[in-house]
Design a protein around this ligand. Structure first.
Ligand code: PLP
Length: 437
């Protein structure tokens, strides 16, 4: 197969995105038109996305160049650190070597900025003046708000109502960067008004917020829609993570036996994992694990079939693991993992057995994150805590088998704006440890 990264900048940022499906000639079922059920014509998608992103969505190029202005923007925070979690290893009492790629080092605190910058730039180049999007926990909205600011585009964010109410700091961040933020379901769209008419205190869901953002984009001139996960071009942008990790590990003379990422729509997982899938296809013995919540078990318990990406059934039909487009998951703290579907490319790899999926119960993820926080000092995003729980499980299995492993996980974001979730966890722990009356 092809080289993964033809070149890096002097500071170690890849100058191209890595297209695994083109490199390995892997098949992907095409998106279907929701009305006709036929493969989607690209010009229909052009109402939502700029051409440069649609080209990336369908490209058969293996190395897709990172545009100069985006590379310049990455230079402010990339390469992100690759750290050995030696104190965490000690706290676990494991003989495994644990390393993590720290995407929380981005200015907005998560990996989402990698694609937000690429998307905002592509829109600016096409003369787009305004972008509409949805956000669950707020990480994606924050990243896009900043990226739009940087490339001088207006940004309209539909934020799932439970998060809007629970996370006022996220809203402040987005507004500070200049975005307009509404709780979804909102009065601003026909679909939002219909949902509210049915249930005025609806808590919202990502599926509903996506429908509202799409409606906003198609009903406002000069506006396009932007998605923070799931689609091929979003996954492509995130491959800077895995490419950097490969090089950083190489400098340490290491190669992992296990690669782990948490999975919501699939973008940070694909970002860290796809360059390693390349090595797996080349014959390296390697486990690649996607970690998801038990309360939204898309990859472990969903069906592999065509489904809509949103509740109003406006998006193309995608072949993916799905819990059904009207599934409304429990309001767990890892808001970014509450999505009924999964990236078609990740789904295809899970279906072929190249990638494993594991589901974790919320308390287990917080316990793992707590151990990490008190050893390494870094407080993980509740989403990333799923990758840490999978790391703990993999380390325990390796220790029991007497085969210490090198484990790499992606820390997709920090949890410094999610302290309410940690507060609730500590209260739950206290309640658990009280002796029964
Ligand atoms: C910190 C963090 N990690 C992970 C995710 C899940 O998204 P994805 O699966 O696309 O990486 C999110 C989504 O909001 C997030 O904010």
């Amino acid at each position: 197969m092809h080289a993964i990264t033809p070149s890096f900048t002097p500071s170690g940022v890849p100058t191209s995105y890595y297209n695994l499906f083109a490199a390995a000639k892997l098949e992907q079922a095409p998106p279907l038109d929701p009305q006709s059920g036929q493969p989607m014509a690209p010009d229909k998608l052009a109402a939502l996305f700029p051409m440069a992103l649609l080209e990336q969505e369908m490209t058969s190029e293996v190395h897709v160049p990172v545009p100069g202005p985006v590379l310049e923007a990455y230079a402010a925070f990339r390469p992100t650190p690759l750290r050995r979690a030696a104190l965490f290893e000690k706290a676990l009492g494991t003989r495994c070597t644990i390393l993590y790629k720290y995407e929380g080092a981005s200015p907005v605190g998560s990996h989402k900025l990698n694609t937000a910058l690429a998307q905002a730039f592509a829109n600016q180049q096409q003369g787009v003046r305004r972008i509409a999007t949805e956000t669950g926990a707020g990480q994606w909205g924050t990243a896009l708000a900043y990226a739009c600011r940087r490339f001088e585009i207006d940004c309209s964010v539909y934020m799932v109502r439970v998060s809007f109410d629970q996370k006022p700091a996220r809203r402040t961040m987005m507004e500070l960067y200049g975005a307009t933020v509404r709780a979804s379901p909102s009065e601003a769209t026909t679909f939002g008004r219909a949902v509210l008419a049915d249930n005025p205190s609806h808590p919202g869901s990502l599926g509903i917020a996506i429908s509202e953002a799409i409606e906003d984009a198609v009903t406002h001139p000069g506006t396009k829609y932007s998605l923070g996960s799931v689609l091929n071009h979003v996954l492509l942008h995130q491959t800077v993570i895995g490419q950097e990790a490969l090089r950083q590990l190489d400098e340490l003379g290491l190669f992992p036996d296990v690669v782990i990422g948490c999975h919501g729509g699939g973008s940070n997982f694909a970002g860290v994992a796809f360059p390693f899938v390349h090595h797996k296809l080349d014959g390296k013995a390697l486990r690649i694990i996607a970690a998801e919540p038990q309360s939204c078990p898309t990859l472990t318990r969903g069906e592999y079939r065509y489904d809509h990406g949103d509740t109003a059934k406006l998006t193309p039909l995608l072949k993916m693991y799905t819990l059904g487009s009207d599934f409304v998951p429990d309001p767990i703290h890892a808001g970014g993992l509450r999505y009924h579907g999964a990236a078609p490319q990740v789904s295809a790899l899970v279906n072929r057995g190249l990638v494993e999926a594991q589901a974790f119960e919320q308390m287990e993820t917080f316990r793992a994150a707590h151990t990490f926080a008190i050893s390494e000092g870094v407080i993980p995003a509740p989403e990333s805590a799923h990758a840490i729980a999978a790391t703990v499980r993999a380390a325990r299995e390796a220790d029991q088998a007497g085969e210490p492993r090198v484990i790499l996980f992606n820390m997709s974001g920090h949890g410094l704006l999610e302290l309410g979730a940690y507060q609730a966890y500590m209260q739950a722990r206290q309640a658990e440890s009280k002796p029964a009356p």
